[in-house]
Design a protein around this ligand. Structure first.
Ligand SMILES: Oc1ccccc1CN[C@@H]1C=C[C@@H](O)[C@H](O)[C@H]1O
Length: 330
């Protein structure tokens, strides 16, 4: 059979093709990573709680391993993520048994960013500097996180300014999910526009793209890319997976996807890549939140222990039928 060409080589002139990896999938999917991707992101290993468990303790052993893996395979490396309300060590928000004061929290934030970004300076082309600060609720702008409670919205610009100082050559993104939903899209747009108007070094938006076979609509995806691009910033797809289930579908009866699900997923992937090609001059990289169906965070979210099959490669690291179609310029 004709050798399948490489996914990243097929799109080399358009955008980077990326994948999130972890200590297990860097081995189980090593061949697929080598052949099909030219950008990598650590799924959990560079998050605050992973590298900075205590105020005076940094633990870089595992993140260093992943960066070394990327260098060994000559893959570009993305940084995920510096300032977030999730998977962040509790100590940073505490001080003598109470909520930390603003100037102490800022000092701790700067220490974290200086140390982490400084360590990988020149090795990471793009950072998800701030993750998921926009509220999902229509009647709220910001998520009510401890960052926000202590510092108000100022923590966002500080994070970007500190990161830019620590690595002036890295592309700095604001990253979020449900990014194509019109209501949230408009708030993300407002946030980035406000930051840029203040001269804050925000260079792009990360559309996480945790999509599924039913939504978001192609029209909403297009409108979101256009709206973000109109800010004159880079657009990245940062955490793509195409779940076989609608977000509120809690069924747990399937041990493999139905034929109908597989057909729908194929059609959706073909449509998504058509859109990415249409906006390729705005899109810097398309990163999946994993590699193959043998491992996905969606096996535990939103339904714990429920199997999902969201990627272009199956549980045996084999390309799904849709991959050939994506690369035949269909
Ligand atoms: O799709 C969502 C729905 C609700 C909350 C968070 C998300 C996505 N949140 C992402 C998913 C997985 C994590 O590994 C990433 O770090 C995070 O950015």
């Amino acid at each position: 059979t004709k050798q399948l060409t490489s996914l990243y080589q097929h799109f080399e002139k358009d955008f980077k093709m990326g994948a999130a990896i972890n200590q297990r999938t860097m081995y189980s999917s090593e061949e697929v990573i080598k052949k099909h991707f030219n950008s990598l992101t650590a799924e959990n290993e560079m998050k605050f709680e992973s590298v900075h468990p205590n105020e005076n303790e940094y633990t870089f052993e595992i993140s260093d391993k992943i960066v070394a893996f990327a260098e060994k395979h000559q893959k570009a490396m993305r940084g995920h993520t510096l300032i977030w309300h999730n998977q962040t060590s509790d100590w940073i928000f505490e001080q003598s048994g109470r909520l930390v004061d603003p100037e102490t929290l800022l000092k701790r934030m700067k220490d974290h960013i200086d140390t982490v970004v400084g360590r990988y300076k020149g090795k990471i082309y793009s950072w998800d500097v701030v993750n998921e600060v926009i509220a999902d609720e229509a009647d709220k702008f910001y998520r009510d996180s401890k960052w926000f409670q202590v510092l108000g919205e100022s923590f966002i610009e500080k994070a970007f300014e500190y990161t830019h100082l620590a690595d002036p050559n890295a592309t700095l993104l604001y990253n979020d999910y449900n990014e194509s939903n019109p209501g949230k899209r408009d708030k993300i747009y407002q946030l980035i526009r406000q930051l840029k108007d203040k001269g804050v070094p925000v260079h792009g938006v990360g559309m996480q793209a945790h999509w599924n076979i039913y939504d978001p609509s192609l029209d909403n995806i297009r409108k979101a890319i256009e709206k973000y691009a109109s800010l004159g910033i880079e657009v990245q797809i940062t955490e793509m997976d195409v779940s076989m289930f609608a977000f509120d579908d809690k069924r747990t009866d399937l041990t493999e996807p139905t034929e109908e699900m597989k057909a729908l997923q194929m059609e959706r992937y073909l449509q998504f890549f058509e859109v990415f090609k249409e906006y390729k001059k705005h899109i810097g990289a398309v990163t999946f939140w994993g590699v193959a169906d043998d491992y996905t965070w969606l096996n535990d979210f939103p339904v714990k222990g429920r199997k999902n099959w969201p990627f272009l490669f199956d549980e045996n690291q084999q390309p799904k039928e849709v991959l050939k179609k994506i690369m035949s310029n269909r």
